[in-house]
Design a protein around this ligand. Structure first.
Ligand SMILES: CC(C)(COP(=O)(O)OP(=O)(O)OC[C@H]1O[C@@H](n2cnc3c(N)ncnc32)[C@H](O)[C@@H]1OP(=O)(O)O)[C@@H](O)C(=O)NCCC(=O)NCCS
Length: 354
């Protein structure tokens, strides 16, 4: 059976035969609700699809809302791929990263979304068309550095982005602690051989947290992109930790930061994480994600102690830890705590104009 004769299993009203021609890409000023719904329908790579307590329809609603909000932003440009019959086939969003651009002194952007319609018969052709459109868009916007993170199951995107010169800089695994399943408890530092205290971070901890972040976080996409200065990559990690501390001290408390302090008053380590409030609004389930954990003296048991404290004490039904596939220390800690693997992603960087 030829591609044009493959039947399409579509739930919507616009079921049609598979087009064989290459999709056409246009930049879009605004995306209609129907168009957006059609593009996102059945999206199979949702970030929270493997969390036991999160209902799939609500997870999907959260995803669609995220895409809608991104589309509405001033710093986001939209590329829509359409089939020859005019039906939307794919969407790519390019977002200017102003803070990163300032910090590294070059124009940087990220691709928060690059999707082919879930029932499209040729997702690779869709991604290819979007990437061709991206080249001109990047040139118009004078962007030099583009990053893209994609679920490892999205092979069409993976293959097309690598063919288009995007280079792998990171493979992230997310391990989560399911509170309902694994329970809570209280960490006693002495039981971990630690002479000191575990407590919530305070403003006075900021200099030590920034210094440790700039020094300890070296296994990430900024440090692993050999063309980005390591010093600036360190400053970026320090800024990230500072954001968490500021959020944790603000009235909304959208983040929490824990510190391990020695009896001599020295910072032995910290763990900060974000509370995913938007996800909670849609699904009723709170996830604490995007954790940052660093210790002053590796292999002294402090990382495990802080992680245990986090999974037992932090807010949320799930506590996530994202780490590089080759961060054996962090993965060992997560396995020790019976955390479950729920997500794997690749991150790519592409330099333009050089
Ligand atoms: C990852 C990190 C937080 C682990 O903390 P830690 O205090 O060194 O870990 P612990 O001493 O609690 O070790 C827990 C277990 O992991 C093992 N381990 C720690 N680092 C390891 C490494 N690099 N390779 C292999 N195993 C390692 C320990 O031997 C221990 O195993 P054991 O119980 O069988 O002896 C720490 O190494 C660190 O700060 N790294 C830099 C920042 C980072 O990568 N953070 C994680 C991503 S946000």
């Amino acid at each position: 059976m030829g591609l044009d004769r493959l039947p399409l299993a579509r739930s919507g009203a616009r079921a049609r035969r598979a087009p064989v021609s290459t999709p056409v890409v246009r930049t879009s000023e605004a995306l209609g609700t129907d168009e957006l719904q059609e593009l996102c329908a059945g999206y199979p790579f949702g970030d929270y699809r493997r969390y036991r307590s999160i209902e799939p329809q609500r997870e999907h609603a959260h995803f669609v809302e995220r895409v809608r909000q991104l589309c509405a932003r001033d710093d986001v440009r939209r590329l829509v791929a359409c089939d020859p019959d005019g039906a939307p086939a794919g969407l790519l969003l390019l977002q200017h990263l102003d803070d990163d651009s300032r910090l590294f002194g070059l124009r940087m952007a990220g691709i928060p979304i690059a999707l082919a319609r879930a029932d499209h018969p040729n997702p690779r052709a869709v991604q290819r068309a979007l990437l061709a459109g991206l080249s001109s868009l990047v040139e118009r916007e004078r962007v030099l550095h583009v990053s893209f993170r994609v679920d490892t199951a999205d092979l069409a995107a993976y293959q097309e982005f690598t063919d288009a010169g995007f280079r792998l800089v990171e493979t992230l695994v997310t391990l989560t602690h399911d509170t309902e399943r694994r329970g809570r408890g209280v960490v006693l530092p002495a039981e971990h051989g630690f002479e000191g205290v575990l407590r919530a971070a305070e403003p006075r901890d900021l200099p030590a947290i920034e210094e440790l972040s700039a020094r300890a976080f070296t296994l990430n996409r900024y440090h692993l992109d050999e063309h980005l200065p390591r010093r600036d990559a360190g400053r970026l990690m320090a800024r990230w930790a500072r954001n968490y501390l500021e959020l944790s001290l603000a009235p909304e408390r959208d983040a929490q930061v824990w510190v391990a302090e020695t009896s001599a008053g020295r910072l032995a380590g910290f763990l900060g994480h974000r509370l995913e409030r938007e996800l909670e609004r849609h699904t009723g389930v709170l996830v604490s994600g995007r954790a940052l954990l660093a210790v002053a003296d590796p292999r002294s048991g402090v990382g495990r102690m802080l992680s245990q404290h986090h999974v037992w004490t932090s807010s949320g039904a799930y506590k996530d830890a994202d780490t590089q596939l080759n961060n054996y220390g962090m993965i060992k800690v997560a396995f020790d705590l019976d955390m479950e693997l729920v997500r794997t992603k690749y991150t790519f960087h592409r330099w333009y104009g050089g």
